[in-house]
Write a protein of this length. Sequence first.
Length: 320
Amino acid sequence: MLEKLVIYMPALNEEATIFKVIQSIPKSYEGFKLTEVLVINDGSSDNTVEEAKKAGATVLSHNKNKGVGEAFQTALNYALKTKADVLVSIDADGQFDVNQIAELINPIVLQQADFCLGIRFSGGKPDNMPGIKFWGNKQVNKIVSFVSKTKIYDASCGFRAYSKDTLLSLNLHGSFTYTHETILDLLDKGFKVAQIPITVLYFEDRVSRVANNLFKYAYKTSSIIFKSLKDYRPLQFFLGIATVIFLIAMFFGGWALLHWIIYNTITPYKSFGIIGLSLLGMSVIITIFAFMADMLGRIRKNQEKILYFLKQTHFEDPKK
């Protein structure tokens, strides 16, 4: 039997729903001796903190709104400090069914997976979910699946569960959101994922904290995935750029070369030749960067292994 389960929810001005959501969470779960509900108050200006404490939750507060990525980091550190074996994340607005928490933690308890993701789209587009948001989620799923080389059905869902080992291994950098980065980071480290269909409610007047502005959301999530691709697939990333530049160089240089072969002069395409040579040199430099980045990527992986053992020692020290 495992010792402790922490069920965490980020909260920003959720006074209307958070008490009911916390109260509806079962007090105990099979396979765990202790269950704790943790609320990360991310700069709320209403009575979210009072309502959460009244419902019996532990509350940690940010002095200002820092984003769900930072809220997750706070929850992660708390879970490790209090020696939790599993951390579950769920929204505070009642969007997800708390009765499905048991389904999410089951693969971890049975040691069938290291972390578990909820899938909102197993039955198609959920009711009241904007079509453009549904389409956007599908595109993000394709990108995350491509980068991770694993079929991911819902990369953006915040209803998920993590084992202690995955929490010790996570080293995240994004404050805007964490959902995509955690998947890429953990799969890159060889952890096994389970994906469970879940039910979800979309309220017509509800505005998402993360995706309230579709263009801002697309830009920031694309930036996170772009950086993750650079970090986790550096050789492919830089070689891909070098290949595109090389092909452009071949077009300009080839045109000038062909003209020289036929007419014994590159005039009036001298500029094409110069552009081709310049781009060819650039592609060679980026190719060198690709192999250097691959080498640095291996160093990063070794450093993260060392960091894993340091965190393990830190959080298991009874004096901490």
